[in-house]
Design a protein around this ligand. Structure first.
Ligand SMILES: [Zn+2]
Length: 299
């Protein structure tokens, strides 16, 4: 953890919530089957991911698969007591060692949403290129700013800076995706072809990103790809319609809320709490259990 004022303040606040029993209240709601925790990662260290797994197991939770969640929703079953779903976005190369190895060791299910183009080409994720270019002052556009412009404009800027920025592989290789998909604990989901902001794409591009990534992943893994995670959490009804008409069963957003019976009515908008890689573990506990967001959502 970086010892910034922000992280230290958040650590103090997190410990306050833990000591005063806020965590116990939400654990009780989960035990009563009122809520289910849905947690997602990007590129955590092995220590962080294993720490999260251990924390849930120590607190009496079962980690259920996305397939189990889908079956519960489709069959109108109640929310299982003290349960959590683990998902991972992007398909970072470090996931193999830091997530898959841990999932295999603890025998816990994890779904990894893979962006297919960086796997196939070995190119960095687009935001890695832009961040490097921005740090070297080769572009005036920050990653955040480029998420807000039409997709063609973002692509143009990306292609412009690419020749001047080193390319490092960020993603797993095709062979690695094939291998990890063979684990009984790993499910592979789709996270588009190039990780665009779907709401900034035209109809054709948005559909292509969703449909092609599914085809590619099914081809690599020889298994049906039924679940999707929206890149950067951006979507509209248009994306939900494409998912529904192309054989997807469920999609995950980045809306930080508990999964409740109400969420079961919208299986293409399953909320998730994010775990951050550079904050204290105490803060991540209150993030994973939603306490962090409860306060914000109530404001
Ligand atoms: Zn992503």
């Amino acid at each position: 953890m970086e010892l910034s004022i922000r992280n230290i303040a958040a650590w103090l606040m997190s410990n306050f919530y833990i000591i005063t029993g806020k965590i116990n209240n939400v654990k009780k709601s989960a035990k009563n089957g009122e809520i289910l925790f849905s947690v997602y990662f990007h590129n955590p260290s092995k220590k962080l991911f294993e720490g999260c797994v251990k924390w849930f197991l120590k607190n009496g939770f079962s980690i259920i698969s996305t397939e189990e969640l889908n079956s519960i929703i489709r069959n109108n079953k109640p929310i299982p007591a003290s349960s959590v779903v683990f998902t991972v976005d992007d398909g970072w190369k470090e996931n193999k060692e830091n997530i898959v190895a841990v999932a295999d060791c603890y025998k816990i299910p994890v779904t990894i949403f893979v962006t297919t183009s960086p796997v196939e080409t070995g190119e960095s994720y687009w935001w890695s290129y832009i961040q490097k270019a921005f740090d070297k002052k080769l572009t005036n556009h920050s990653v955040g700013a480029l998420k807000l412009v039409p997709n063609e404009q973002r692509m143009q800027e990306l292609e412009r800076i690419k020749p001047n920025v080193p390319n490092d592989r960020d993603a797993l290789t095709i062979e690695e995706v094939k291998t990890i998909s063979q684990s009984p604990y790993i499910s592979i989901g789709s996270h588009t072809v190039t990780h665009p902001i779907l709401t900034m794409c035209n109809d054709e591009k948005s559909q292509h990103e969703i449909v092609e990534s599914k085809k590619t992943l099914e081809n690599w893994t020889n298994k049906p790809v039924q679940f999707f995670a929206f890149p950067n959490g951006n979507y509209t009804q248009r994306e939900i319609n494409v998912l529904k008409s192309n054989g997807f069963q469920m999609a995950f957003t980045t809306k930080p809320e508990y999964v409740t019976l109400n969420s079961f009515k919208s299986p293409f908008e399953i909320p998730r709490f994010d775990v951050l890689e550079d904050v204290s573990f105490a803060e991540n506990i209150i993030r994973m259990t939603g306490v962090w967001f409860e306060k914000r959502n109530n404001k």
